[in-house]
Ligand binder design. Structure first.
Ligand SMILES: CC(C)(COP(=O)(O)OP(=O)(O)OC[C@H]1O[C@@H](n2cnc3c(N)ncnc32)[C@H](O)[C@@H]1OP(=O)(O)O)[C@@H](O)C(=O)NCCC(=O)NCCS
Length: 116
């Protein structure tokens, strides 16, 4: 299930975000996690089973939620977790917000919705 990020998940969240093409540099990654921790409009959600297996990072902007990051731990890919994160986010917020990707998440986002 999707849970809200909290500081105790910082290391695992940074590991997951580091798989995003825009977060390869350590400084960039630190600045991204800083924004998720401190900017009220940036909200990070984690996919938690027994362990944390995925992350979906968003920015709330007026009536939109922009999906900026989607990542699943390599050992658990291709089991539908990525798609479930996108669909649960839409389930939770889709009535109030238009949920859309940015250029970094567009390919997988569209793929997830096509497979809905
Ligand atoms: C993209 C990612 C989150 C998918 O997570 P996942 O849990 O493996 O996804 P699902 O199991 O729900 O779906 C797997 C499908 O997504 C497809 N897929 C993987 N990456 C994709 C991408 N960048 N664009 C489009 N489709 C993609 C796979 O080919 C697979 O297709 P199939 O079911 O037809 O074989 C994961 O591969 C990842 O963490 N990648 C590194 C981070 C990244 O690049 N994120 C941005 C992607 S735009």
């Amino acid at each position: 299930m999707l849970v809200k990020y909290k500081k105790s998940f910082e290391k695992i969240a940074m590991g997951l975000l580091s798989f995003m093409p825009d977060a390869k540099e350590v400084k960039t990654l630190q600045s991204i996690i800083h924004s998720y921790e401190n900017d009220d409009n940036w909200k990070l959600f984690l996919w938690k089973e027994e362990d944390v297996l995925g992350a979906i990072g968003t920015r709330f902007e007026d009536d939109k939620i922009i999906v900026q990051h989607i990542s699943v731990t390599p050992s658990h890919r291709n089991q539908g977790i990525g798609k479930q994160m996108v669909l649960q986010l839409k389930d939770q917020f889709g009535d109030q917000y238009f949920v859309c990707p940015n250029e970094n998440t567009e390919d997988f986002f569209q793929y997830s919705l096509a497979k809905e």
